[in-house]
Design a protein around this ligand. Sequence first.
Ligand code: HEC
Ligand code: HEC
Length: 256
Amino acid sequence: MWPVRFCVLILILAASTLFAQHQYTQSEIEAGKQQYAANCTRCHGPDGDALANADIGHGKFRRATSDDELVRIIRNGVPETTMAAANNISEPNAATIVAYLRSMAATAAASAALPPGNATRGKTVFEGKGGCASCHRVGDNGSRVGPDLSQIGGARRMVEIQRSILEPDAEVVPANRTFRVITRDGATITGRLLNQDSFTIQLLDSKEQLRSFSKSNLREYAFVNNSPMPSYRDKLSSQELADVVSYLASLKGLIP
Ligand code: HEC
Ligand code: HEC
């Protein structure tokens, strides 16, 4: 009984993906995002536009029109170029990457809504008016309270950077979550979790001090969902925002 029903289910699922070829679910897009980061970002960049003759982030391709053709390019590579066949990427995984490329194109418009940015001016806003360096480090400058942004441009899309600045709580990368402890005598300390074992917790607190706690002395300890970073929606003009986003997008971990 089981196997037959199971096969029918698979057939139905297979048929529905065939018919719904251009409608992707959020979980397919998420899976594709991870595959993209692991296999494609190093050449095509987080926005898909790092190669001058192959912008794959805006939904227009020189070598493909359909999603099937994209799957084939991803798996077979492009002859006579450095894009080799990706034997490790299965067809279903390649399809999730296509889902992600389509979603990238659909959301690229958000950063297009900003005026063109200037990275040099953005650096000035970052270090001055924005006060960003009081929490973030770039190269050898700034604080360790927030994540180090020296390589942010190699890892995140411009729309993601923009969203982090306008809505810090919307999506916090797991590694960047804030940890909070409450001691038995009622003191609350928040910071970045550096390490924990069965008995102790080590935090870098909001003053960049290393703090160690015995779990037995704590009333509570857990990650918190929101970000300590303020939203800059009303603090920066759209030009300043565009400049800061350009500056961060230019940071790829190379010595400036
Ligand atoms: C080693 C570098 C490299 C990697 C890794 C790589 N690509 Fe490419 N990709 C290229 C190059 C180079 C081209 C061809 C540019 C040209 O047309 O001359 C290309 C072309 C393409 C094209 C055709 C573009 C068009 O306009 O038709 C697509 C689509 C594409 N890549 C998607 C991907 C995806 C998705 C991944 C990850 C699974 C990936 N590539 C990984 C270097 C790479
Ligand atoms: C009070 C400290 C603080 C200030 C000030 C601050 N940030 Fe942040 N920022 C954080 C923390 C903590 C996180 C990690 C949690 C999160 O993603 O919101 C973060 C996250 C980010 C991220 C996402 C990083 C990633 O890996 O995805 C970006 C981009 C960013 N900040 C840019 C800025 C910019 C630009 C400014 C100034 C305009 C700024 N921040 C000001 C604390 C701060």
